[in-house]
Unconditional design. Structure first.
Ligand code: PLP
Length: 382
């Protein structure tokens, strides 16, 4: 080791560790990996070494992607810097100029915008269809239709379409099927069991579970994921090691969180259904979720205030439930679709879709359900 002060400052203490066995995986907070020889670099390119540069791959990204892939029963996975990064990776692993996408009309606004504002510029076209009014894809299939996209539980009206049926339909036409399983998570249903080729998560939500990270994961068949990985790294949407580590840490308690959050949500949905200040409650029906692997209907509840004019007072009345336009954290939170996620909708679109000023979206957390109920009771009484 060189012994001048400046050189020592940079290098001392940074020698590689001997084999140590931390119980938790360390954070590989490094942008690049060191090689002991040029031959080692050759071995990496020959497919024998795993890591070169973090944008291309990092043990923390892989830990998260592998865990979600295994929970979803999928062959492989890739993590991304956000749910949108993962959706983009999935779509562009399949689609190119001239291709057409069929998507459910109830999809996240960001996905809608990716399809219609961004991918359209690459010559990819899309059509949104109302799965509740159709029994076949027949009339919508074109010769260039390549991919079918839907969400397991939709936002904000929490509709659950017959996913196994639609996957089978899409497969009949030879389409690649991509499912956004963010709201249900593999705790409730694993779309790969029904033949989905790609499953995507905004891991920002239940996978991470603590509202402290933005991340995405895409899982599916080996060949598709290999291609998606090239898209994610090529477009620069790789997940940072620290975010990957936090998300993987959150994932460890997914089952515990989901169990409690779903149980709390079904109690709160019952309470809201019987409340005079609530016009309508949206919570998936047990009959619609019969293809889920557990008898639970998710942890999101939406509802319509009977008196829409009270909406501003209603949101002001909360003491500890926060108004925050996201979901799925351990803390119960509220959002208001019209002023946030569905802001871009015209008045007419809002009325026809049922996303009106009085619609409230509640993400139910792990707190004592009695406290959540009392907090809602107070706000509904304003
Ligand atoms: C169902 C769904 N998919 C995808 C996304 C996008 O995820 P992210 O915000 O992590 O990019 C969201 C975000 O709210 C979502 O609700």
């Amino acid at each position: 080791m060189a012994d001048r002060f400046e050189t020592k400052t940079v290098h001392l203490g940074h020698e590689p560790l001997r084999q140590v066995k931390g119980k938790a995986r360390p954070i590989y907070q490094t942008s690049v990996f060191a090689f002991s020889s040029l031959e080692d670099i050759e071995r990496y390119y020959a497919g024998e070494g795993e890591y070169l540069y973090t944008r291309n791959g990092n043990p923390n990204q892989h830990e998260l992607a592998d865990a979600v892939a295994r929970l979803e029963g999928a062959e492989a996975g890739v993590s991304a810097a956000s749910g949108m990064g993962a959706i983009m990776g999935g779509l562009l692993s399949v689609l190119g100029p001239g291709d057409h996408v069929l998507a459910s009309h109830e999809i996240y606004g960001g996905t809608y915008s990716l399809l219609f504002n961004e991918l359209s510029r690459l010559g990819i076209t899309a059509e949104c269809i109302d799965l509740s009014r159709l029994d076949s894809l027949d009339k919508h299939i074109r010769s260039n239709t390549k991919l079918f996209f839907m969400e397991t539980i939709t936002n904000p009206l929490l509709t659950v379409a017959d996913m196994p049926y639609w996957i089978a339909q899409a497969k009949n036409y030879g389409l690649t099927v991509m499912i956004d399983n963010t709201f249900a998570t593999p705790y409730l249903v694993q779309p790969a069991q029904y033949g989905a080729d790609l499953i995507v998560h905004s891991a920002t939500k239940y996978i991470g579970g603590h509202s402290d990270v933005t991340a995405g994961v895409l899982v599916g068949k080996n060949e598709l994921i290999a291609r998606a990985r090239e898209v994610v790294t090529g477009y620069g949407a790789s997940l940072s090691p620290f975010e990957a580590w936090l998300t993987a840490r959150g994932l460890k308690t997914l089952a515990l969180r989901m169990e409690k959050q779903c149980d709390n949500a079904s109690r709160i949905a019952e309470f809201l259904k019987n409340h005079p200040a609530v016009l309508k409650t949206y919570y998936p029906d047990a009959a619609d979720t019969s293809f889920f692997t557990r008898p639970k209907q998710g942890a999101m509840v939406s509802f319509q205030l009977a008196d829409e004019s009270k909406i501003y007072d209603f949101y002001r009345a909360f003491r500890w439930i926060k108004l925050a336009p996201s979901l799925a954290g351990v803390e119960t939170s509220l959002s208001h679709p019209v002023t946030t996620s569905h802001r871009a909708l015209s008045e007419e679109q809002r009325t026809t879709s049922g996303i009106t000023m009085g619609l409230v979206r509640l993400s139910v957390g792990i707190e004592a359900v009695e406290d959540i109920q009392e907090e809602l009771e107070r706000a509904l009484g304003v």
